[in-house]
Design a protein around this ligand. Sequence first.
Ligand code: AN7
Length: 347
Amino acid sequence: MILLERYRDFLPITSRTPLITLHEGNTPLIRVENFEKYLGLKNVRIYLKYEGMNPTGSFKDRGMVMAIAKALEKGARYTICASTGNTAASAAAYSARTGLKSVVLIPEGKIALGKLAQAMIYGAKVVQINGNFDRCLELVRYLSENYDFELVNSINPYRIEGQKTAAFEIVDELGRAPDYHFIPVGNAGNITSYWKGYKEYREAGKMSNLPRMMGFQAEGAAPIVKGHVVEKPETVATAIRIGNPASWKKAEQARDESGGVIDTVSDDEILKAQRLIASLEGIFCEPASAASIAGIIKYRDVFKDGDVIVATLTGHGLKDPNVVIGNIEKPITVNPNVDDVLKAIGR
Ligand code: AN7
């Protein structure tokens, strides 16, 4: 069943809402026993919610399908968003699918190659800004307030509504909520969505427990952790290169109500975590997503016997090939004969 139908009772769907889909959601929840062993954890289960398996390769599709459905319901013709890349890709795809025109504002030179390619091929009007994501967001807020552009950033409450379905899927599969939920934090919409989803599902009697929400920002882009706006955010994880998150207060609420934390991880920890989970488990996520893996590594000592941990891998690794090519030793080239190939393999 498509996402909007499956969770219809929990979503703002009316008889006039078009039930559009690119078959988003229903993403795998993968147990990672090699990683558990690597951490030296015996009776603790870790699962990764691999959101890179969504149609445009990130979790944004869950929120976007809802936001675009509501935009269509009210007769919008144009969508607009600011983006560090994934929102743009998703907005462009769902707009294309439904005959809307999409406009995306991105910080020039600061979005991963795959995401830029997506926005372009889906036919969005891509405008690069000589400035960062936060400035892009200010501009699209203004434009959506003063012109007939439908804003599809996570300030749009329908985005949050759609994204909370990831929490539903986790509970449906585990039969309970995890004890800890690890998640990267950028504009802070996703941590807000999961917390809302978990609370609503418990309210509906689907489970009796709630997780601690464990959010992670990159050290150079950690406004919530630092307690002030970061004017010039910097991190290798361009998806979360955000200095003034839109859902700042709601992220703090999720942290405080759940008894969780919002903390930092360094770029080095992010890249190591990305490589670790790929080489240990065969799961390739983008750098921002690896912030949640780096978070688990950082907090490995807090877990107790029997704990169930879920981490969201927000985006697919193929989004950002350059970060891999630039950070791992390049393959060697040899002459095309058996001896040279064996020598290169080391056999
Ligand atoms: C892979 O696309 O903000 O805390 O404009 O792409 O909900 O913002 C992306 C964010 C984590 C952070 N992981 O989520 C955008 C954008 C990936 C992301 C985040 C993003 P939020």
